[in-house]
Ligand binder design. Structure first.
Ligand SMILES: Cc1cc2nc3c(=O)[nH]c(=O)nc-3n(C[C@H](O)[C@H](O)[C@H](O)COP(=O)(O)OP(=O)(O)OC[C@H]3O[C@@H](n4cnc5c(N)ncnc54)[C@H](O)[C@@H]3O)c2cc1C
Length: 457
């Protein structure tokens, strides 16, 4: 077990976003002192920067980490449950697709900045964690054993020689960049070539939600989509996902006229409920999306990457933050069964990478489902079958969405089981209903032979 005896001085965590404070909380609970360096000013004194994803979907894996570090009860009052997807067709029709067969499972909508602020405060309250805001990491030199920071308020450069260093500095991680430049890890970015823009649906005139507040709203349009998640102030954060270039793309929306034509043709029911469409669209930044691969995630006993720094993924399964929090849970678990930092980093990185790769792939697949498949009859037919199988074989057949969002089955196993389940659903849906009874036996055998009960995993 790794104890405070393995670390004479403070642990350095680079990045005070979502996973940095959660990791610091885990370490503080073990008695470690932690210094967290964050390039931005303290969020608690600043207004939310425009254009950042203002709310996020929080589910089982993230909740578990927050419970383990003892902060979930503090966060819970600010969460809004979402029980399913509300699909908005082009003609204005809507359909509700609940997340689980029982209709009881839900994910939460949570404010990114609210969550971040609470995590920072809770970490500070342990008296073991110190945040150094406006400290931008501008160099990591493993050979020289030094990390360099730019203190933004004064322009002064500070050197720190405490190792190990834990990089929780997000998708554009400089820790990863410096390790990669020194040939210690290799990394790559697979761009999605679709980007996003955040907009806002304010409350109605009486200050109430204008849409159903207990759903994640989707306007799927095959090649692109709009989604909306509820906020505590009764508004919705809307995100437009659209190709960067091409016939219908961010590139082709250059004027107010282009924008209105696009919304009029594709999202006519939304125009009237986004009063600041023009200002938001042209003022808010266009965010890029992609998948980061890195291997390994560590360098001996000197540095390790956690969260988006190691494995940023596209946001279509609502799992980037949840996976990053689960990284912290697994890292903490490995601290019980390893003896030194080098062994810990290696075991964590080996164990977890396969799961990060799996959720990265599933998130890409989910974009296709969200923006298009949800409109197709075959998809809806499969959903009905899936629900029936879930209710008939609850210990073996659990939808991939549920396994990801409501369970903690390793993502790589979820992916494998998802492939088997898809095969079963396709067998069903590709057969004429009149022969379904005949093939039912075959399907049941597949379920019993290929899908071990979940409690045996
Ligand atoms: C549009 C969109 C929607 C999303 N929706 C969801 C969702 O619904 N559910 C979900 O689970 N995930 C979602 N995600 C993913 C989620 O935002 C990330 O996975 C999560 O923020 C990762 O946490 P992190 O701590 O690794 O990185 P971050 O939260 O990005 O934190 C990194 C921190 O490091 C700091 N930093 C960076 N560089 C330096 C430096 N040089 N020196 C010091 N500090 C530095 C940054 O300022 C930042 O505070 C979404 C992402 C996007 C883009």
């Amino acid at each position: 077990m790794i104890t405070t005896n393995n670390c004479l001085d403070k642990i350095t965590v680079l990045g005070g976003g979502l996973s940095g404070p959660v990791l610091a909380l885990y370490l503080a609970r073990r008695g470690f002192s932690v210094d967290v360096f964050e390039k931005r000013p303290d969020l608690r004194n600043a207004s939310t920067p425009a254009g950042r994803s203002i709310n996020l979907a929080l589910s089982k894996r993230g909740i578990t980490a927050l419970e383990e570090v003892g902060v979930f009860d503090r966060i819970k009052p600010s969460l809004i449950p979402m029980y399913g997807r509300k699909i908005h067709d082009l003609n204005g029709d809507t359909r509700f697709l609940q997340y689980s067969s029982t209709g009881k499972d839900f994910i939460y909508s949570v404010s990114r900045s609210g969550l971040n602020k609470t995590l920072i405060t809770e970490a500070e309250n342990t008296d073991k964690v110190t945040f150094h805001f406006q400290h931008e990491c501008v160099g990591v030199d493993i050979t020289q054993g030094a990390v360099t920071f730019l203190k933004k308020e004064t322009g002064e450069k500070l050197k720190r020689t405490n190792f190990p260093v834990i990089g929780t500095d997000g998708a554009d991680s400089v820790v990863r960049k410096f390790l990669s430049e020194d040939g210690l890890v290799s990394d790559s970015l697979d761009p999605l070539n679709h980007a996003y823009k955040e907009l806002n649906i304010p409350p109605d005139e009486s200050g109430q939600f204008i849409l159903d507040s207990n759903a994640l709203h989707i306007w799927p349009r095959d090649e692109f989509m709009l989604i909306a998640l509820p906020n505590l102030d009764k508004s919705f954060t809307v995100t437009l996902f659209l190709p960067e270039k091409g016939k219908i793309s961010f590139e082709t929306i250059q004027s107010e006229n282009d924008l209105f034509n696009f919304f009029q043709n594709m999202f006519p029911d939304v125009i009237s409920i986004i009063p600041d469409l023009v200002t938001d669209f042209f003022k808010n930044p266009t965010g890029k999306l992609g998948t980061i691969q890195c291997s390994p995630w560590h360098t001996k006993d000197k540095a390790v990457l956690i969260g988006d720094a190691a494995h940023a993924i596209v946001p279509f399964f609502g799992q980037g933050m949840n996976a990053s929090f689960e990284d912290c849970t697994i890292f903490n678990r490995w601290m019980d069964s390893t003896e030194n930092w080098g062994e810990l980093f290696q075991k964590f990185s080996n164990d977890r990478k396969v799961d990060a790769d799996a959720i990265g792939e599933m998130a890409l697949e989910n974009y296709i489902e969200m923006r298009g498949s949800v409109n197709q009859n075959i998809f809806l037919q499969k959903k009905d079958l899936e629900r029936e199988l879930e209710l008939t074989y609850p210990d073996r057949f659990v939808s991939r969405y549920s396994m990801v969002s409501f369970h903690q089955i390793p993502y790589s196993i979820v992916k494998e089981r998802g492939i088997i389940q898809e095969k079963i659903l396709s067998t069903f849906s590709s057969n004429n209903p009149s022969i379904l009874e005949k093939i039912y036996k075959e399907i049941e055998e597949m379920i019993f032979n290929e899908l071990p009960p979940l409690d045996q995993l």
